[in-house]
Ligand binder design. Sequence first.
Ligand SMILES: O=P(O)(O)OC[C@@H](O)[C@@H](O)c1c[nH]c2ccccc12
Length: 267
Amino acid sequence: MANILDQIVADKRREVRDRQTQVSLDQLKARIVGLPRCRNFYKAVTKPNRRGLNVIAEVKKASPSAGLIRADFDPVAIARTYERCGADAISVLTDEKYFQGKLEYVEQVKQAVEVPVLRKDFIVDLWQVYESRAAGADAILLIADALPPGELMDLMIAATELTLTVLVEVHQADALLSVRSLIGFPEHGYSVLGINNRDLTTMTVDLNTTSRLKGMLDDDVPVVAESGVRTRGDVERLIGVGVRAVLIGQTLCEHSDIAEKFAELFG
Ligand SMILES: O=P(O)(O)OC[C@@H](O)[C@@H](O)c1c[nH]c2ccccc12
C-alpha cells in the first residue's frame, strides 16, 4: 500500500496537471517579468542570531497528523504577529487538500510583512516553481523523498535562476548523502538543508533525527531543523546541536496567544 507521502505526491501531480490547463507556463513566465528580486531567505535563516538560532514561523491551519490546528485562522494576522515577535522568516503552507492552505496566503502574507516568505507545498513540477515566484514567494521547499535526484536538481536550478532560495528537505541518511553536495552558496545558488524530524511516510516525530543527521555533515552546512518542536527545552537542544534555524508551526498556531507562546519558546 502506498504511504501518505506517495499518496500526497500522486494527488499533487494530478492537481498540477489540472491547474496547468487553466494557466500555462508561458503565462506564469510573463507574470514574473520585472518582479523585484526575492527577499534573501538564505541570509535571513543562516545569519548569526543572539537567540542562538533563527526562527522560521509557519502559518498552518491543519495537518494530516493533527487535524484542524486553528479554527479562527487568519493568515495575515498570524504572520504579522510572528514578525512582531521577531521571526526571521515566515513559512506559508499552500497545500489545500491535506493542510487547508491556499496559494493566495503567500501573496497576502508577502504584502503584510517585510521578512522573507517560504512557500510550503509539495513541489514536483517546474510549473509550480514559476507559480511560487509569481505568487511572491522568496523560497520554496523541495522534499528529497518526493523527487528522483535528477528532477530535484532540475527544480533547484530553475529556482536559482528565479533568485528563490531552496530549502531541501531530508529525513533519512541516504537522502542526505545524495543531496548534501548541492547545499550552500554560491556554487548552486542559495540553498539550505532542512532536516525533518517528522517521517512523512508515517507522520511520526523524533526530535533526535536532527542531531543524528547533522552529525553526518560538515559544520558549515546550513541546517534548518523542522517539525515537532514543542518546548523551550526542545529549542535549547537544537541550539546545542548547532542548527542555524528552526521551522515551527503547530505549537505556535494551536496556542490561543501566539505571541505569548513565541516568547516562551524563543524569548
Ligand atoms: O508544525 P510543526 O510540527 O512545528 O512542523 C512545521 C513544519 O516543519 C512542517 O509543517 C513540515 C515540514 N516539512 C513539511 C513538508 C510538507 C508539509 C509540512 C511540512
